[in-house]
Write a protein that binds this ligand. Structure first.
Ligand code: ZN
Length: 129
């Protein structure tokens, strides 16, 4: 019996580990939030993920699906909203949209001096019954 081949690159495993720990954190937060409810069942949860947060929304969705078995989130409808990125160029004194963390200023092509929006990763709302 040899080892099963793992065709995925190591970085992809690391990425999924990152999203898995976020998913477990979200479940902890919901457990804590519903601590005083009697027989709570979470119907819906809305999570906002910034495009510059480094969180892979598909991986997060998969990890939440797996990690929520036998938890309050088991039956919940999970909605993941994306928050677009906005950068600030100190040189041009302008804000500009950023697709990812490496998007340069469209005027002077310098890297952003500041990331103004899109780094968040938060729970927007929880619907409990
Ligand atoms: Zn600029």
């Amino acid at each position: 019996m040899g080892r099963l081949p793992d065709r995925r690159p190591a970085t992809e495993n690391l990425l999924t580990m990152h999203e898995l720990s976020i998913a477990l954190n979200i479940i902890d937060i919901i457990d804590e939030t519903c601590r005083n409810e009697k027989d709570p069942a979470v119907r819906e949860i809305v999570i906002r993920v910034g495009d510059l947060s480094g969180v892979d929304t598909e991986a997060l969705s998969t990890c939440l699906h797996i990690a929520s078995r036998n938890t309050l989130l088991q039956e919940a409808h999970v909605r993941i909203l994306r928050q677009p990125g906005t950068g600030w160029c100190a040189h041009c004194r302008k804000e500009f949209p950023m697709e990812d963390i490496l998007t340069p200023c469209p005027e002077c092509f310098q890297p952003a001096s500041e990331l103004r929006e899109g780094r968040e990763m938060q729970i927007d709302s929880i619907v409990v019954e």
